[in-house]
Design a protein around this ligand. Sequence first.
Ligand SMILES: NC(=O)c1ccc[n+]([C@@H]2O[C@H](COP(=O)([O-])OP(=O)(O)OC[C@H]3O[C@@H](n4cnc5c(N)ncnc54)[C@H](OP(=O)(O)O)[C@@H]3O)[C@@H](O)[C@H]2O)c1
Length: 240
Amino acid sequence: MNRPYIFCHMMTSLDGKIMGNYMETAEGAAAGDVFYNISFGKNPYYKHQGWLSGRVTTDDNFTFYEKPELDENAPSVPEGDFVAKPHEPMYYVSVDPSGKLGWKSCDLTYIDTHAHVLEVLTEKVSNAYKAFLRKLGISYIIAGEDTLDYAVAMEKLKNLFGIETLMLGGGGVLNWSFIQAGMCDEVSVVIAPSADGSSETPALFATRGGLATDKAVGFELQSAEVKDGGSVWLRYLVKK
Ligand SMILES: NC(=O)c1ccc[n+]([C@@H]2O[C@H](COP(=O)([O-])OP(=O)(O)OC[C@H]3O[C@@H](n4cnc5c(N)ncnc54)[C@H](OP(=O)(O)O)[C@@H]3O)[C@@H](O)[C@H]2O)c1
């Protein structure tokens, strides 16, 4: 398949959580810097051209559960994909199968990383939502009828936008569905030496939402490094 190389890069607590108060400890903050520098710092390890996020992660961090401003009477948009900005240095690729996200702009900034927003939709998304994205200058691709067609989505990211390496950036639902679909080559995890014991916060991988099964997967260790503040950086290949 003609798709990007896909690595999942995440930070977790000692007990595998991707959210929570543990991030506010000195150890959590140090691990957060390690996480960012590996993927987006001055000399990044993977040198990717895009990072993929689930709809909940995008709402939590960038769109804040705002409703999109839809014009139900918008003229019909042309069929197919919309490439507003081809071959940008960095894309924020948002998996939004129903077209829910209330974007305000076609670009975003994450710490000091600037990216063009690229939505991954399915055929079930309304004309009004696609017109809304076009008006903002947000690129979109359509992959699948009702549910995400992983192969189509990944091929389009490579062919239409030149994404050769893609970071799978959470949350746990997105990560696990991509691993189960055979769409993740490598897992890179920075473990913070802190925890908060919460039973409410999401873990690195989750079957929630019926998007994937709990079929077990093995991983093959590539490297283990001790980093700042006592964090560790583990890299694993996903066994096929
Ligand atoms: N520590 C870290 O490094 C890190 C990194 C990223 C995120 N996070 C945190 O993780 C939390 C959210 O994680 P989460 O696991 O609850 O949610 P998530 O993976 O961000 O989003 C799940 C949603 O994304 C869409 N989606 C994901 N995979 C899909 C697939 N294969 N096919 C179709 N749609 C798919 C669905 O949207 P619909 O519901 O619209 O259908 C699904 O409900 C946030 O609090 C975020 O801040 C932490």
